[in-house]
Ligand binder design. Structure first.
Ligand code: PEP
Length: 255
């Protein structure tokens, strides 16, 4: 929507040593400062171990913010290996990915659990980038739009309008993630429009128009412009191509 904030986010997943991460963040910050003009928010989601170090590297680039790839749904306690929303908040960070398909698939995260993660993120002043999307089997054989709408219903529709307004949505068809296979611009637009309509049915058209809905799934320098030109695509969530500063910068410039 032309009302919604434009966002390009990079999900580094479980990649990069600290030295490599410092090089990548420095390159991205420099390229963004030199080459990107206008109104776009750039979000980087490195491994959580690095966020406090990397945070100081983005200080001079007001466009760029750092977040984490996941949080636990509880505030604290005996959950070895996990990190919490209050911890993320205490570092002065603002964004968190919630419900990435890899978290859903490999760590069994359910819509119900993700609703709790959304709640604790919001309670700590963090902006959730809520990820949703269907598998190949759903796309080919079932009501794939109904499936993704239901992910929103079950994880977000308990929110007040005031809280819903703070959410960013990332539509990421699982069959397009890391596969080199992107949704066509038409396929992306179809789903984005359906999701915005679903938000409008529950929260009203005006609020729905303000929500940023990002596309993710093999976004690269070559296809970003066409995807981002769709009326309901407000930017992208980028995996593989966010590990290369030049490619990621070109994607940001395509917003
Ligand atoms: C992702 O996992 O968020 C993603 C979009 O990955 P890729 O760009 O590598 O498909």
């Amino acid at each position: 929507s032309y009302m919604a904030k434009k966002i390009v986010a990079g999900n580094w997943k479980m990649n990069k040593t600290l030295d490599e991460a410092l090089i990548l963040v420095s390159e991205v910050v420099n390229m963004v400062k030199d080459e990107v003009t206008g109104d776009v928010q750039v979000l980087l989601f490195p491994p959580a171990l690095y966020v406090s170090t990397l945070k100081s590297y983005v200080k001079d680039a007001p466009m760029v913010s750092i977040g984490v790839q996941n949080i636990h749904q509880k505030a604290s306690g005996a959950f070895t290996g996990e990190i919490s929303a209050p911890m993320v908040k205490s570092l002065g960070l603002s964004h968190v990915l919630i419900g990435h398909s890899e978290r859903r698939e490999y760590f069994g995260e359910t819509n119900e659990q993700l609703a709790e993660k959304v709640d604790i993120a919001l309670a700590n002043g963090l902006t959730p980038i809520f990820c949703c999307g269907e598998s190949r089997d759903l796309r080919e054989n079932h009501d794939y739009i109904g499936f993704v709408k239901n992910q929103l219903t079950e994880s977000l529709f308990h929110l007040t309008a005031e809280d819903l307004r703070k959410i960013v949505i990332a539509y990421e068809p699982i069959w397009a993630i890391g596969t080199g296979l992107t949704a066509s611009a038409e396929q992306a637009q179809e789903m984005h429009a359906a999701l915005r309509g679903h938000l409008a049915d529950k929260y009203g058209k005006e609020l729905a128009a303000d929500i940023s809905i990002l596309y993710g799934g093999s976004v690269g320098a070559g296809n970003a412009a066409e995807l981002f030109a769709q009326p309901d695509v407000d930017g992208g969530l980028v995996g593989g191509a966010s590990l290369k500063s030049r490619d990621f910068t070109e994607i940001i410039k395509a917003r």
